[in-house]
Structure formats: C-alpha cells, structure tokens
Design a protein around this ligand. Structure first.
Ligand SMILES: CCC/C=C/C(=O)SCCNC(=O)CCNC(=O)[C@H](O)C(C)(C)COP(=O)([O-])OP(=O)([O-])OC[C@H]1O[C@@H](n2cnc3c(N)ncnc32)[C@H](O)[C@@H]1OP(=O)([O-])[O-]
Length: 308
C-alpha cells in the first residue's frame, strides 16, 4: 500500500502553473500524422496524404485535429508530472481521458502560449485522478486555438482523504465528462486499422518520451508484458477513422473530441473503431481485435450534421 500521508490536496490545488510555450513546424505535424497511422495502409490515401505531403511544399500540409493533444505535453517531464503536494509512483501513471475543444483549424506551423490550470482532483481509493486544463493561444495573434483537458490516472495514489467522504474537486461542466453510453444498435460505420509493432516508438518522437511505451523493464514494473501504446496514439487512430468514415476526409468540421482509455493497447494490435451518429455527435468505441476488448470510447462533436 502506498504511503499517501504526504499527499496534500490543498497544496496541489493551490499550485499556479507557469505559462509555457510550444512551437511546432510542418515536420512535427507530419511526424505526428505518421505516428497515428496516417497513410499507414495506403501511402497515397487521398484523405490522409495531405497531413504528410503537399505538392506545393510542406508549408501547406494540414494538421490533424488530435495534434492539439501534444500542446498539453509541456506540463509533463518524460510523461509524468511533478507538483508540490502530489505523491505517487510515476511508473504507475496512466492516461485516463482526453477532452479537446478546437476553436480554429491549426496552421501547419505555429508558436503557442499555453495557460495551464488544475481542472480536477479526485480520490478514488485505489487511485488518484488529476485533471489538467491547457488553453493554447497563438503567440502572434493572441487567438485561442484550442483547449485540452487531460485526465491522469495515478494508480496506488488514492486514499489521501477521508474514505467516507473521498475528496473530489472539478471545475468544469459534467456534460464534458468523457464516457458516453455506447448504443446497443448496429454501428453506422466500422473501420479496421493495424497499429505497427513500432507504433509507440514512432509516436514518442512527437514528444511523449515516457519509457512505459519503449522500455520493456519499465513496462513490466507497471504491470504490462511489454511496452504499451500511448493513449493519445490510440485516440489519433480512432479520430482518423471518424474523419474518414463520417467527415468524408474533412477534419475541419470537428469541434470537440473526447476519449476515455478503457484498457491498454499493445503496439501491433488491430484497432476496430465502431461509430454511431447522433445528430452532429459521433459516438465511437475502439476495440482490440486480437483480444476482443474495448480499449477506448468517446465522442466527436461536429460543426454540422453530416449528410450521408
Ligand atoms: C498523461 C500522459 C502520459 C501518457 C500515458 C499513457 O498514454 S498510458 C496508456 C494509455 N492509457 C491506458 O492504457 C489506460 C487504460 N485504462 C485502464 O487501464 C483502466 O481503465 C484504469 C486502470 C485507468 C482504471 O481501471 P480500474 O479498474 O482501476 O478503475 P475502475 O473501473 O475500478 O474505476 C475506478 C474509478 O476511476 C474511474 N475511472 C475508471 N477508468 C477511468 C479512466 N480511464 N479515466 C478516468 N477515470 C476513470 C471510475 O469512474 C471510477 O470512479 P467512480 O465511478 O467509482 O467514481
């Protein structure tokens, strides 16, 4: 049992995060797109080539909406977070959820200013849950580009408050919570995609260097038979499926992305994304084919109701 006597929720809550900057280039956008499987099955895929190549030059490449999630990585060091009052074993950290609001399409390169705040902190007994909100502004125009809310699941770090009244703080609307009800009906669309055995090694080059995704010994300590895929990589695969099957390749109609990581994915496994359309909201669930287990579920909100 972890010693959480030094876990101080008031200290965590009082922490003021410094503003950080994040600069990316066209190359970063393309490396990210390859990391989440764009063009992985077809190098000339007309919906996806635009994220890695443009005939008039790299400055015209488009940026996937899930690229936004990278902007929030500045709060982490090697995939884990260090805050006064926060007591946990970084090897047991897992990504629980991600919520992204997109306010305008991303330029192919940009310098951003990130304003980070604590959006939630919960004692779940066996785990602590930390939620960080990152608002990213374009440095040049000062315009708000997107907001990320990352939920970090700290196994073994719960039990820091009175178990009859477990501590729970959040400062955002409940309807933005990530787990939608999966419809019982047949999915509107289904998309199957293979992750590569090297997927996590490629994805980490986009900035999440947590060794859980690359080091067999660390993965074993964390309770896995081998390194696991980044949650945000699985999210990238699932949202690509939505862009392809529902948005007809037009990612600019995506307004909000939400996902809850239900179970780990091993690089090399096949992801089957099932999608249901409810007006302008797409509910999705991704399963690993080899284990027939749901690994990710969430929703994508669109600016328009697609005419299909
Ligand atoms: C961040 C950057 C670093 C990146 C790292 C990665 O990519 S790692 C790779 C990517 N990530 C992964 O691979 C992680 C995959 N996911 C998992 O392995 C498991 O879902 C788990 C270990 C996170 C939780 O399982 P479990 O059996 O221990 O949980 P339980 O069902 O007993 O519920 C306990 C409480 O927690 C709540 N809650 C539950 N799940 C989530 C969630 N995802 N999210 C939020 N909350 C969650 C649940 O509602 C309940 O609260 P309630 O309702 O009582 O108030």
């Amino acid at each position: 049992m972890a010693d959480n006597s030094r876990f101080d929720h008031d200290l965590v809550l009082a922490h003021k995060f410094p503003e950080t900057t994040f600069t990316y280039t066209e190359r970063d956008a393309a490396v990210y797109a390859l990391g989440v499987g764009a063009c992985g099955r077809n190098a000339i895929d007309s919906d996806e080539l635009k994220y890695v190549y443009h005939e008039n030059g790299q400055q015209f490449v488009q940026v996937l909406p899930t690229f936004a999630a990278l902007f929030s990585l500045g709060s982490l060091t090697n995939g884990s977070i260090d805050l006064p009052g926060l007591q946990y074993d970084p090897r047991l950290l897992l990504h629980g959820q991600q919520y992204i609001q997109i306010y305008k399409p991303f330029p192919s390169s940009a310098s951003l200013i990130n304003k980070v705040s604590l959006a939630g902190l919960h004692d779940k007994g066996k785990a602590a849950i930390l939620e960080l909100e990152t608002k990213s502004y374009e440095k040049q125009s000062g315009e708000l580009l997107c907001m990320n809310r990352s939920t970090i699941y700290l196994r073994g770090a719960g039990g820091f408050s009175n178990s009859s009244h477990p501590y729970s703080y959040s400062n955002y609307p409940v309807n933005q919570a990530a787990a939608p009800k999966i419809p019982k009906s047949q999915p509107f669309a289904v998309f199957e995609d293979c992750t590569q055995p090297s997927q996590a090694l490629l994805y980490r080059l986009s900035g999440d260097y947590n060794p859980l995704h690359s080091d067999p010994m660390i993965a074993e300590v964390a309770g896995f038979s081998r390194p696991i895929l980044h949650g945000l990589c699985s999210l990238g695969f699932a949202v690509r499926a939505v862009i392809k099957c529902i948005c007809r390749g037009d990612a600019n109609i995506i307004k909000t992305i939400s996902g809850r990581f239900l179970l780990h994915v091993y690089p090399g496994e096949t992801l089957i994304t099932e999608m249901w359309l409810e007006g302008s909201r797409v509910i999705y669930q991704a399963k690993v084919k080899e284990r027939n287990r749901a690994v990710l579920s969430g929703f994508v909100e669109l600016h328009v109701t697609p005419s299909l």
